[in-house]
Design a protein around this ligand. Structure first.
Ligand code: ATP
Ligand code: MG
Length: 180
């Protein structure tokens, strides 16, 4: 399972549609201060369901939409698509390649898609259970996160190990079964 590409349109500083392709192995993103490197990581967090503007270094959700510059008008919506290779079937879905998309308009409502079919955020969340990917996953280690993990309560730290061990989905199923 690896990230194959990220496509941004109208997301933060990326007014035009732009596609980043990634090979397996390590990719470094370099550029001057303020050129948009961190915005790319924000895009991945966002498409995976980040719900708080603060998590995305903004003050309101609308801040993810390109706000315009001196020579360029603002855009009306923001869309991010990430494509993940699923040849190892780590994601429980019958596709070798999975594209997750999110679009938001200035009015605020977000739309989510799995392989171009509209879905709920919950479906995306479930797709990534036990893979380490996801808005709470450890596949994106942001600034200060290591400190947070080390200083967190043992019960919270346990969640990280459950995810790595691949037992979160069973815990979810168990709690669902008790509810019924
Ligand atoms: P550094 O090396 O300092 O960490 P960086 O390459 O990570 O820089 P980012 O933080 O990704 O840079 O990008 C910041 C830039 O994105 C700023 O110039 C900011 O104006 C621009 N930006 C953020 N949100 C928007 C938006 N909604 N519309 C237009 N531009 C935006
Ligand atoms: Mg940065």
């Amino acid at each position: 399972m690896h990230l194959k590409s990220i496509e941004l349109q109208g997301f933060k500083s990326f007014a035009n549609k732009i596609n980043f392709e990634f090979d397996e192995g390590i990719t470094g993103i370099v550029g001057p201060n303020g050129s948009g490197k961190s915005n790319i990581a924000d895009a991945v967090r966002w498409v995976l369901g980040a719900q708080s503007a603060k998590q995305l270094r903004g003050s309101k959700m609308e801040d993810v939409i390109f706000a315009g510059t001196e020579n360029r008008r603002p855009v009306s919506y923001s869309q991010v698509d990430i494509t993940i290779d699923n040849h190892d079937r780590r994601m429980a879905i019958d596709y070798l390649e999975v594209t997750i998309s999110r679009r938001v308009y200035r009015s605020g409502e977000s739309e989510f898609y799995i392989n171009k079919s509209a879905c709920r955020l919950k479906d995306i969340h479930e797709l990534f259970l036990d893979t380490g990917v996801g808005k709470e996953g450890y596949s994106i280690i942001g600034q200060g996160q290591i400190d947070k993990i080390l200083s967190t309560k043992p019960e919270d730290r346990r969640n990280l190990f459950d995810e790595a061990a691949g037992i979160v989905k069973f815990k979810h199923r168990k709690s669902d079964a008790y509810k019924k």
